[in-house]
Design a protein around this ligand. Structure first.
Ligand code: NOJ
Length: 508
């Protein structure tokens, strides 16, 4: 098969460490817990793991408020645990990506302590300080509060696009840029394979630009609207750091711009991000015509640049996609077929392979200032009451953990978990799916269908989201590789797909 870089051929699995697996019984997942479950990830066929932040943090934003970029928070373990995890992953041929948070730190980071101490200290300019708020931006997670807070000690205002406990770094200061590059090198030297880069489009800012009042009302604060040229210079600097490690380390940026054309620019000319998330696709509704348009639009912007797409439906910030799409497991199965057969790198969020919806978290147990607890519920491993968690987990489980857990679903070949595993295997085994071209097929309003080709290998994927069986002529006579309708489907397709069925078939 054609040799493509690992970050293009692999399927990435996002671990939310607090909720994955708990080795020490304190109710919060940890690095040793992850190590103990690598067999599972390998069985599933995952090749790359991305860990949400595990660096030292007061956890105001559950790790996205970092107080030391070069240490592991004790709740997750130690640097030695991380070294073991890296070694274990590599021994299994798996890669490990960490979550790097370049836009802001915790207000407990020593840099901020120093910066806020007076106006003349060596780090006085490491954060964004002004005598007056420089604009009308609002911050995230605080119900419409200003992104500027007054610091009594220094007698000035500082910018925080997220919580007040997450002051924004001042990337206009070259010392900040160098210090942040050093944090990358710290982990690259320890062997990590790359980084997911948190809100990386925010490292350049045009502070004198107010948000339009209409934009503010959309419920999102300033965050989605930052898109300024200087960010691209900074991304090129970051890329140089990564490329200095044999060209084998990779980045995926959280570029939260809901516009494919703008997002595509963050790949640069193969000199900025290796990959960028595509949130416009994530937020698309479950509708064949709409999804077809989104996919075509994404490919249309990326292909001319030689940029490689990503596809993600769920993560730790949004309601799980099974829930967003209406709650049926059936739809979650169709979505899995789509996610894992598109041209680009798919990202799975822990638990989607079990078809989880969000946990119902009683008000008294809610912890996240952004209201995202539901999708962050602990992963159920076993059917018994503890579900593989030695202590009471920090959040309640998602519904049906007695049946919707890893052990039970591993035993059931008809489970959605096995569908995910089969799809991952199919992808690994077929160049057309891993790296082939994608051509959309016109199949009406209710069927999403496309052809993937590499060399002489041609695969057709057809997903019938409608409520009537439909003929897809491109499928006739093809050899069935996977059908969500299960074993009842004959091995050679007639070209008719049932209502709510998805098929992947090999053309002769
Ligand atoms: C995006 C992360 O995914 C989210 O969890 C976090 O709260 C914000 N960035 C701020 O770091």
């Amino acid at each position: 098969m054609e040799q493509v870089p690992w970050w293009q051929s692999a399927v990435v699995y996002q671990i939310y460490p607090r909720s994955f697996a708990d080795a020490d019984g304190d109710g919060v997942g940890d690095l040793q817990g992850i190590r103990s479950r690598l067999d599972y990830l390998q069985w599933l066929g995952v090749e790359v793991i991305w860990l949400s932040p595990v660096f030292r943090s007061p956890m105001a934003d559950f790790g996205y408020d970092v107080s030391d970029f070069c240490d592991i928070d004790p709740i997750f373990g130690t640097l030695a645990d991380m070294d073991e995890l890296i070694a274990d992953c590599h021994a299994r041929g798996m890669r490990l990506m960490l979550d790097w948070v370049p836009n802001h730190t915790s207000d407990q980071h020593p840099w901020f302590h120093e910066s806020r101490s007076n106006r003349t200290n060596p780090k006085a300019d490491w954060y964004v300080w002004r005598d007056e708020p420089a604009n009308n931006w609002l911050c995230s997670f605080t119900n419409g509060a200003s992104a500027w807070d007054f610091d009594e000690r220094r007698g000035q205002w500082y910018l925080h696009c997220f919580l007040p406990q997450q002051p924004d770094l001042n990337w206009d200061n070259p010392d900040v840029e160098l210090a942040m590059h050093d944090t990358l090198r710290f982990w690259l030297d320890r062997g990590v394979d790359g980084f997911r880069m948190d809100v990386v489009h925010l490292i350049g800012k045009q502070l004198d630009q107010d948000d339009a009042p209409g934009a503010i009302k959309r419920g999102y604060p300033h965050v989605p609207f930052n898109d300024v040229p200087v960010t691209h210079e900074r991304l090129r600097g970051i890329r140089k750091v990564l490329d200095s490690y044999n060209g084998d380390r990779a980045s995926v940026g959280e570029v939260y711009l809901l516009d494919e054309a703008k997002m595509a620019a963050y790949y640069g000319d193969h000199d900025e991000l290796h990959l960028s998330f595509n949130f416009s696709f994530l937020w698309a509704t479950w509708d064949a015509a709409g999804l077809r348009a989104k996919i075509s639009n994404t490919l249309g912007h990326l292909e001319p640049l030689g940029a490689w797409p990503t596809w993600v439906l769920s993560n730790h910030d949004v309601p799980r996609h099974r829930q967003r799409y209406g709650g049926s497991e059936h739809v979650a199965r169709l979505a899995a077929v789509m996610l894992l057969t598109l041209r680009g790198t798919p990202f799975l969020f822990q638990g989607e392979e079990l078809g989880l919806v969000d946990a119902v978290v009683p008000e008294a147990q809610r912890l996240d200032p952004g209201g995202r607890d539901g999708c962050r519920a602990p992963l159920p491993w076993t059917p018994d009451a503890a579900h593989g968690w030695p202590g009471t987990p920090w959040l309640p489980f998602a519904p049906e953990p007695d049946v919707r857990n890893v052990a039970s679903m591993q035993r059931d070949p008809a489970s959605i978990l096995h569908l995910y595993r089969d799809l991952l295997g199919l992808r690994r085994g077929h160049a057309a799916l891993q790296s082939g071209t994608l051509e959309m097929l016109e199949t009406g309003d209710h069927v999403l269908a496309y052809r993937r080709c590499a060399g002489s290998q041609r695969i057709v994927v057809a997903i019938n989201m409608g409520h009537e069986p439909l003929a897809v002529s491109a499928l006739a006579g093809a050899t069935l590789l996977i059908s969500t309708a299960g074993a009842t489907t004959p091995a050679t397709t007639t070209g008719i797909i049932a209502a709510q069925e998805a098929v992947v078939a090999l053309l002769a």
